[in-house]
Design a protein. Sequence first.
Length: 229
Amino acid sequence: MSGKNFRAVPAGQRTNTEGKQVSNKVLLATPDDEYELMRPDLTYIDLPDHLSLREPTQKIKFVYFPNRGMVSQVVVTKDGRTVEVGIVGNEGYVGAGLAAGLSRSSVREIIQIVGDGFRMMGAALERVLRSAPQLQVILSRHTGLQGMQVAQTAACNRLHDIQQRLSRWLLMTQDRVNLAVLPITHDFIATMIIHGELGGVRTAKKGNYRLRARRSEGCEPQETRKIRL
């Protein structure tokens, strides 16, 4: 089953019980019968800028399936500094540890680009997973991909210059929000460059950043970008 390809339902053809349309790729890739097990527990929510979904070491009480927007996964050091180690958009979900049997996370998960999506109680997801083996495969695969993303970020930060690292971040962000003009701040970009971390979650003035990076400037392997649910 681990090598199975899951055929996704087209965006807009699934809703929660309130009639809110689903465009999250995990939910669209879930088989019909298993999605129906999840559907009553999916609550539609707005995801405003800089909303903290979870703080480090907190129990995973909720999982989130973004329709739009982007979540930053951030490591917070003892002296308060932050480094972004991963990002999640509508290709995945927040709370990936539950699929691996973990109840807590070591990262802060915060909305970096506004959007919307669905929230589900972690206990409800664990209950559904007992009767949803294909959903378990999908979620576990996403957890593995997140680990690959963190590993590639570490390699990129160690081996590439700031232009390559920024290009990679912009391209990964664009992949997840599917916008030519990214709704992020110029001050935020400056903060990432100044600190040399390509991370952080400081509040700044609003603005747009037009995507000018070329695929050849990024350092994410083609093999990683081609992986799909």
